[in-house]
Design a protein around this ligand. Structure first.
Ligand SMILES: Cc1cc2nc3c(=O)[nH]c(=O)nc-3n(C[C@H](O)[C@H](O)[C@H](O)COP(=O)(O)OP(=O)(O)OC[C@H]3O[C@@H](n4cnc5c(N)ncnc54)[C@H](O)[C@@H]3O)c2cc1C
Length: 403
């Protein structure tokens, strides 16, 4: 059977589902294809291992596509402070929402909460059609249009395909788009923990020789940890008994949250620096992790992807309103120019920070310690970093700027 749409979005994770919602809300006929059905319901009290620190800009985008209210109803953990310190130097940085015009610096949200709210929105939109579970078998794109064949034999035709199918994007490979990057030989170990002391609505991050350890405050008092470790150590720590793991975690935390009391399921995700050499080809665009994968130390991957989604949606909506073709090279080039440089700058700074903080050279240690203290005492520089971390910078898509 053959179907006609304006845009096909492949991948309904945080990024693809946001792009699909934004387009469908503007009346653009969208097909969303995903290989897996997202989790919509779960046991009360359970917590997803995967969470994201979402910036103010991301909150604005998610509110604009209609998902934020359901997310807030389900569970979002606002944080008012961010405290970063270096285990190997005197460097300390503290950010406080009181220094901004906002009540919080950001929110820690389980990925499943965001995805469920986006899918509920999409399912209610007349202009959106969901194909799930469905895998893409083939993509044929040329000047006339694009045809996506699903492995169950269905054929989808459209003006444009947006690939949001994650960092191992099959669609990127089908288009022959090359990537540049490397494996970090580090894993992000994630788990939900509870501790003796309150997290005080603070995102804590301690830089350790193997990589940073972050405690991200959840709504109900627990924390989600993201602990960057060498691949070998991560494997070892995932296999430890809960008791032994909690001892290591408490040591690594420097005791900042007191005794570590309990830990849930642990998982380790290999970390990669990777960017697509081009974001677009004929009637084709990459967004989110399919375009760029970065170190999670500043929690910016999903935030960067949400900006991609908002940017491409804005350009496509404007083209549709002006009666211009959606898959035109002009629109795609605008998107690529808008987002590629910003993403590369973000990923490169994460990479430099990771290298600086895992370096054991005394000179580097001293520089990072005094650099942190200098930033901490300079109101102007600190404000700049604060706003950047909140996703508030120049050239944002309109949806990221507030309602
Ligand atoms: C340890 C860790 C911590 C992180 N913390 C943060 C954080 O605090 N803040 C932050 O902003 N980011 C964070 N990130 C990054 C963030 O998780 C990712 O950037 C984000 O989830 C990417 O979303 P996406 O929608 O682009 O891709 P994905 O979440 O990978 O979604 C891809 C979707 O495509 C579907 N799919 C895949 N292949 C196919 C196919 N062939 N056909 C159909 N569908 C397909 C999948 O089922 C999936 O639904 C972290 C990452 C890690 C590893």
């Amino acid at each position: 059977m053959s179907h006609q749409y304006a845009v096909i979005v492949v991948g309904g994770g945080i990024v693809g589902a946001t792009a699909a919602c934004a387009l469908a809300q503007a009346g653009i006929q969208v097909a969303l294809v995903d290989a897996r059905k997202p989790e919509k319901e779960w046991d009360a009290g359970s917590v997803d291992m995967r969470v994201s620190a979402l910036t103010r800009a991301s909150q604005n985008i998610l509110r604009n596509v209609g998902a934020w209210d359901e997310m807030a109803q389900r569970s979002v953990g606002a944080y008012q402070h961010m405290h970063v310190w270096d285990a190997d130097s005197a460097g300390v940085l503290h950010f406080d929402a009181a220094d901004t015009e906002f009540p919080e610096l950001g929110h820690i949200v389980e990925n499943r909460v965001t995805v469920a709210a986006l899918w509920n929105q999409l399912e209610a939109l007349e202009s959106a059609t969901i194909f799930c579970p469905a895998k893409v078998a083939d993509v044929q794109n040329n000047e006339q249009g694009v045809q996506v064949s699903l492995s169950d034999g269905q054929i989808l035709n459209a003006d444009l395909v947006i690939a949001a199918d994650g960092r191992d994007s099959a669609l990127r490979a089908m288009q022959g788009i090359q990537t540049t990057g490397w494996e970090y030989k580090q894993d992000g170990l994630v788990a939900t923990i509870s501790s003796e002391k309150s997290h005080q609505a603070t995102a804590w991050q301690r830089f350790l020789p193997e990589g940073p350890l972050a405690f991200l405050p959840l709504e109900k008092g627990q924390c989600s940890i993201v602990w960057t470790l060498s691949h070998q150590t991560a494997e070892e720590y995932v296999a430890l008994s809960d008791e032994d793991f909690l001892v290591r975690l408490e040591q690594a935390s420097g005791g900042v949250l007191g005794k570590m009391l309990s830990v849930g399921t642990r998982g380790a995700f290999p970390l990669r620096f990777q960017y697509a050499k081009q974001y677009t080809s004929e009637r084709f665009a990459l967004i989110g992790d399919a375009a760029h994968a970065m170190h999670p130390l500043a929690g910016q991957g999903a935030n960067a992807g949400l900006l991609d989604a908002a940017a491409i949606a804005e350009l496509l909506i404007k083209a549709a309103q002006a009666g211009r073709p959606l898959g035109s090279q002009k629109v795609l080039r605008q998107y690529e120019r808008w987002r590629k440089g910003d993403n590369l700058a973000m990923m490169s700074s994460m990479d430099v920070i990771n290298k600086m903080y895992t370096s054991q050279y005394e000179a580097v240690r001293q520089i990072r310690g005094s650099g942190m203290s200098w930033v901490n005492h300079s109101a102007i520089v600190k404000n700049y970093f604060n706003r950047y971390a909140m996703g508030l910078r120049a050239d944002l898509p309109e949806m990221a700027n507030g309602v």
